[in-house]
Unconditional design. Structure first.
Lengths: 315, 203
């Protein structure tokens, strides 16, 4: 089904607002500013944004800021809490601490001192009710990644450090989580339909996926994923297709292969095990997956081969 | 979504032994073609490859989106000839004449191709756009062998294929045909796979 021109224009404008939020998370983002970026009046913008994104703009911005702060607290242990609060766009550290506690159930300092390990994206539980999510019988709480690896669950990949040049990519956003494979497939289809007639596709095409949120922190159905393809300088944005340059610099790169479950394992390995003994720390930029060939296997049981790129800086 | 598994249905024409040449009979297939002259490392050839793939992928994703039919974009193939065949030996690449093509599934029509070409011309902004055409290619009886290694080292493999053709009681006809499986920008030269095919007729 072709979308109407109006729908496309709405998507383009909301996209512009989402990009603006992404790039200005640390600064003041007012509803008026967002609305003007999207070329809507603030009143209409609020409703349209909520309808397209699934939550009101202010809530969306606050959630992203808190999630970014939660990651920075753990990744950048030397940075004072106040500095992180300000860098993530909170006007005072008191406000930040209150909102953080409301969202994650503990103050930022407790989160940093290991509290994040225990939480792992349990959705807020209402007072007076016990955690009703059952754990599978085979759950092995003390299991570490190295034990899992010895048990043959994760193959230890060879990780290399690669200097990535400023790659220009065209991308289509998917906002409904990494498990929504139909939605991710749709984003890629939109991207490829754009890329085909523009001479981007060929045997040497570089197709990438960029997950922007940590599913242990962001609600699973709200994780953002950008479907990307590398383009030349002539490419211009159009409709749902945006153009950006990926952060250049050092990345730790590991090759992974497997079914849909491999992505989670790959991230767990790179962030959980490899980084901690590498002499590097994660840099504040999104990781990305660079796919090697199209997925093989069937639509229900796909098989992926990809290089996982983690942005790093010296410890 | 309906899937047309061309790689499976056309498998006998895209696999070959590297050690033993064989005689096969190739059916008529729909293709996208671009013609040109000159060095395959030169700009004309690269532009031809660019416009061919742009149309091929535009068609693929149009079919997927609008007709719910999914099919793979097949390997790049090339037909080679020259007014004076000695230019292939003495390296006068400017005189090499080629037609590069990609095989399409039977469901694609001439009209689909014309629409895809128009879309590419409008959107790609190529400085030059070598003309892509729709053509049915009936190769018929042919001998083939797999060459593993760099393109420049094809000589002995081609010679071996020609000797096989003569020994089996055939003679050469038509244009020398190559199918490129590896991507020279990514694969190591010694691992590049190229299917070499020569149409034949009884001697």
């Amino acid at each position: 089904m072709r979308k109407t021109g109006t729908q496309k224009e709405y998507e383009r404008r909301i996209d512009a607002a989402l990009d603006f939020i992404d790039r200005n998370l640390g600064d003041d983002i007012s509803l008026g500013k967002l609305a003007s970026v999207a070329c809507f009046s603030p009143f209409h913008f609020h409703r349209i944004f909520s309808a397209f994104v699934g939550e009101p703009p202010a809530e969306y911005v606050r959630r992203l800021r808190l999630e970014k702060a939660a990651i920075l607290l753990v990744n950048d242990v030397s940075a004072p809490v106040t500095q992180i609060a300000l860098a993530c766009g909170f006007s005072t550290s008191a406000l930040f601490c209150r909102l953080f506690k409301a969202r994650f159930g503990m103050p930022p300092t407790v989160w940093r001192d290991g509290g994040h390990e225990n939480r792992k994206n349990e959705q807020p539980v209402r007072k007076g009710r016990k955690d009703i999510s059952r754990r599978p019988a085979y759950h092995w709480p003390g299991r570490t990644n190295s034990q899992a690896r010895r048990a043959g669950m994760i193959k230890r990949p060879v990780v290399r450090i690669e200097d990535v040049p400023p790659l220009r990519v065209a991308y289509v956003k998917h906002l409904k989580g990494y498990e929504d494979s139909a939605g991710i497939g749709d984003a890629f289809e939109t991207l490829f339909c754009w890329a085909g007639p523009r001479g981007v596709m060929g045997p040497d095409v570089r197709v990438m996926g960029m997950p922007l949120d940590n599913p242990d922190i962001t609600p699973k159905d709200k994780c953002r994923y950008y479907a990307c393809v590398v383009v030349n300088d002539r490419a211009e944005p159009d409709g749902r297709v945006g153009i950006m340059t990926i952060r250049p610099g050092k990345y730790a790169v590991g090759r992974f292969e497997g079914g849909s479950a491999i992505f989670k394992k790959a991230y767990a390995y790179m962030y959980g095990e490899w980084l901690s003994r590498s002499g590097w720390q994660p840099d504040d930029a999104p990781a990305f997956e660079s796919y090697i060939g199209e997925p093989t296997g069937t639509a229900k049981k796909p098989h992926f081969v990809f290089d996982l790129y983690i942005p790093v800086k010296p410890l | 979504m309906k899937t047309i598994d061309l790689k499976k249905s056309l498998k006998p024409f895209y696999t070959a032994s590297a050690s033993k040449p064989a005689i096969i009979d190739v059916p008529a297939l729909k293709t996208l073609m671009v013609d040109g002259t000159g060095d395959p490392n030169g700009p004309a050839f690269q532009e031809a490859v660019g416009s061919l793939y742009s149309v091929a992928y535009t068609l693929k994703f149009t079919f997927k989106k609008e007709k719910a039919i999914d099919y793979p974009v097949m390997a790049l193939e090339g037909l080679w000839c020259a007014d004076d065949p000695s230019v292939f030996v003495n390296g006068k690449r400017d005189e090499w004449k080629w037609t590069i093509f990609i095989v399409l599934p039977g469901v694609v029509t001439k009209k689909d191709v014309a629409e895809a070409v128009a879309a590419v011309k409008k959107k790609a902004k190529f400085p030059r756009f070598p003309e892509v055409r729709f053509e049915k290619f009936a190769e018929g009886q042919a001998a083939q062998v797999m060459h593993i290694g760099p393109y420049a080292a094809e000589g002995p493999t081609i010679e071996r294929l020609h000797k096989f053709i003569a020994a089996e009681g055939y003679r050469l006809r038509g244009r020398h045909h190559e199918i490129y499986f590896g991507d020279p920008r990514r694969s190591a030269p010694e691992k590049l796979k190229t299917l070499i095919r020569q149409p034949v007729e009884p001697a």
